[in-house]
Ligand binder design. Structure first.
Ligand code: KIV
Ligand code: ZN
Length: 516
């Protein structure tokens, strides 16, 4: 590896990823994802956009204080307040970075910023030099670069490097580029930007035409040595380049790419699951690398080949990515704590003692209901029991539903509230889930709009656990909730409380002043 160039992996799950419509991570989730990204060994974590809210500033600051290893970056527009807020948030990091961006395309200049090119040049110089006054690690991005006049982009980059930028990033902001064209543009930089050797070239591709990964790799072929993206490809509109795809493409085709990455592939599956459950953006089954079907073989010919030799139809080893599932090992309630612990270890899960106790208790409930618990059940249990370390304002004590095709669905719920007391109420609804949610609203005195509800089975069979994912909207915020149970109505009630507790925790965090 040492004789090939390194491609730096820049993760923006917590910034561009969070910009996806409908995603709102809690501070706890952001910090947990950042720790996991450090275990994935990414090189840079863009932890947020500190000027955007006191909560964002506080979470970037917390990540900067706690997470060791990767560079911690904060995003800033080319404005003094933004640069100062970004510095305020990242200054505690081992290696802090300020990432300044400013539109470069005529369409953005004329219709969004209402500025001319001279203004933009001046703003870029000023902001980069202000950032460089704080830290020697400054990144500059001419936004919408792929729809901009290349000559103007070259001039901007040269000026930014003169002012102290050490990484210059070429964003394909609206996912417009075609790989060959993008590669040629990146390749053209050394010829037109005289001081380019003082900076690392980075690429940042969006997926509007489904080419974010292809464009990013084309950028690497053209000379980029930093690639930006997000886990599972979450992000604005059609999303960003998927980092798991970039990492595995570079690892799988070294003879073609002639570069290497230092990311640890064994963490890919678990961080993908963490981001899936925290964001509520469920993966399509055929998602490359991490989708449920990515390593499943359906046709007889393929199954026959894989059984004879895995490589006949698999170009990557799922074990290397930490993907469970090929296993036929199942646990039962007689497997005991040691049996469960040993299986979790094989799956790469090392819960703290208190977490293990919760996983064990939940495992016994599932094992009671369905006799055999396989790896997929375990992953569902673990993800539920280890998710969101927020103080739950409300917990479910009882849910009882009467429903059927003759009669009105009626639900009774008993919840333990923030006061430690049990509160009970009942409601009727258009269906059993509607009745449960209305009863919960009555007990908690809240009104949320349910905007998404999905239920899927974790494993096959009539006794499978049902996993319910929901999204509710309240006071302008969107909150995702998730829970699994062999009874989908119980899972529905717990998923709703999960979303409700997240909205309460976020409101409390936003009310408390940002501390850095
Ligand atoms: O897509 C984009 O242009 C961005 C910039 C802030 C780099 O996300
Ligand atoms: Zn972007």
């Amino acid at each position: 590896m040492a004789d090939t160039d390194k491609v730096y992996i820049f993760d923006s799950t917590l910034r561009d990823g969070e910009q996806s419509a409908g995603i709102g991570f809690t501070v706890e989730e952001k910090v947990e994802i950042a720790h996991h990204l450090a275990r994935l060994n990414v090189d840079i974590i863009e932890a947020g956009f500190p000027i955007s809210s006191p909560g964002d500033l506080a979470s970037v600051a917390q990540i900067a204080k706690e997470v060791r290893g990767p560079v911690i970056a904060g995003l800033a527009r080319a404005a003094d307040g933004d640069v100062d807020a970004a510095w305020e948030a990242v200054r505690h990091a081992e290696t802090p970075r300020i990432h300044v961006f400013l539109s470069a395309s005529d369409i953005h200049l004329a219709h969004q910023l209402r500025k001319n090119r001279e203004d933009i040049m001046e703003m870029a110089r000023h902001a980069v030099s202000r950032a460089a006054g704080y830290t020697s690690d400054v990144e500059f991005s001419p936004m919408d670069a792929t729809r901009s006049d290349p000559e103007f982009v070259y001039q901007l980059l040269e000026a930014a490097i003169e002012e102290g930028a050490t990484t210059i990033n070429i964003p394909d902001t609206v996912g417009y580029a075609i790989p060959a064209e993008f590669e040629a543009f990146i390749r053209s930089l050394p010829e037109h930007v005289s001081n380019i050797h003082k900076a690392r070239i980075s690429v940042h591709c969006h997926n509007d035409l489904g080419m974010a990964t292809a464009n990013s790799l084309a950028g690497v072929l053209g000379g980029a040595r930093q690639v930006e993206g997000t886990i599972n490809g979450i992000g604005e509109r059609a999303g960003n380049a998927s980092l798991e795809e970039i990492i595995m493409a570079i690892r799988s085709r070294p003879e073609f790419m002639d570069v290497h990455v230092d990311a640890n592939p064994g963490e890919i599956y678990s961080i993908s699951k963490l981001v899936e459950r925290s964001s509520g953006m469920m993966l399509q089954p055929h998602k490359a690398i991490v989708g449920k079907n990515a390593f499943r073989h359906s046709s007889g010919i393929h199954q026959d080949g894989v059984l004879k030799m895995r490589e006949t139809y698999e170009i990557m080893d799922p074990d290397e990515l930490g993907i469970p599932g090929g296993s036929t090992i199942v646990l039962t309630k007689t497997s005991g704590r040691h049996g469960l612990q040993a299986r979790l270890e094989i799956l790469g899960i090392k819960p703290a003692d208190e977490e293990f106790q919760r996983i064990w208790d939940a495992f016994l409930v599932v094992a009671d209901a369905k006799d055999e618990v396989d790896d997929r059940d375990l992953m569902a249990i673990v993800s539920e029991q280890t998710q969101i370390k927020i103080e739950d304002a409300w917990t479910l004590d009882l849910v009882q539903v009467s429903t059927g095709d003759h009669g009105t669905p009626t639900a009774t719920v008993r919840l333990v509230g923030p006061d430690g007391e049990a509160h009970e109420d009942a409601a009727i609804g258009t269906g059993p889930v509607d009745a449960i949610y209305k009863a919960i609203n009555r007990v908690t005195g809240t009104q949320n709009e349910l905007t998404e509800f999905s239920v899927k089975s974790v494993t096959e069979g009539i006794d499978a656990q049902g996993e319910v994912t929901i999204r509710v909207e309240t006071d302008g915020g969107a909150y995702q909730g998730r829970a699994a149970d062999t009874d989908i109505l119980v899972a529905s009630a717990r998923a709703y409380l999960h979303a409700l507790n997240r909205s309460i925790a976020t409101a409390q965090q936003q009310a408390s002043p940002a501390s850095v």
